[in-house]
Design a protein around this ligand. Structure first.
Ligand code: SF4
Ligand code: SF4
Length: 84
């Protein structure tokens, strides 16, 4: 039977996860980007802008990124990483 978490152990786990997420940052490799705009379409915060002439995404507002990882999962070129 799984161990039942107490309120305090649940809170401690929440803080641990929150600390980890706050330490994550987007690393964008524009040389790999082919301009498919998946990142722009999935980001819930609007951190990406398509540069349609250059066919490259532009990453901005990194301070607003909530480290949800959606852009990383959607990018077909592996041009985005979410790491410390
Ligand atoms: S990790 Fe989430 S919030 Fe951050 S840039 Fe990617 S999609 Fe946007
Ligand atoms: S999803 Fe990847 S390849 Fe597509 S525009 Fe964004 S960074 Fe570029």
């Amino acid at each position: 039977m799984p161990e039942k978490l107490s309120f305090w152990s649940s809170l401690a786990e929440h803080w641990r996860i929150a600390r980890t997420l706050r330490g994550l940052q987007i690393h964008f490799y524009p040389e790999k980007c082919t301009g498919v705009w998946q990142c722009y379409e999935v980001c819930p915060i609007g951190c990406w802008t398509p540069d349609r002439e250059a066919r490259k995404a532009i990453f901005h507002d990194g301070y607003r990124c909530i480290a949800c990882g959606a852009c990383v999962l959607q990018c077909p070129e592996g041009a985005i990483e979410l790491t410390v």
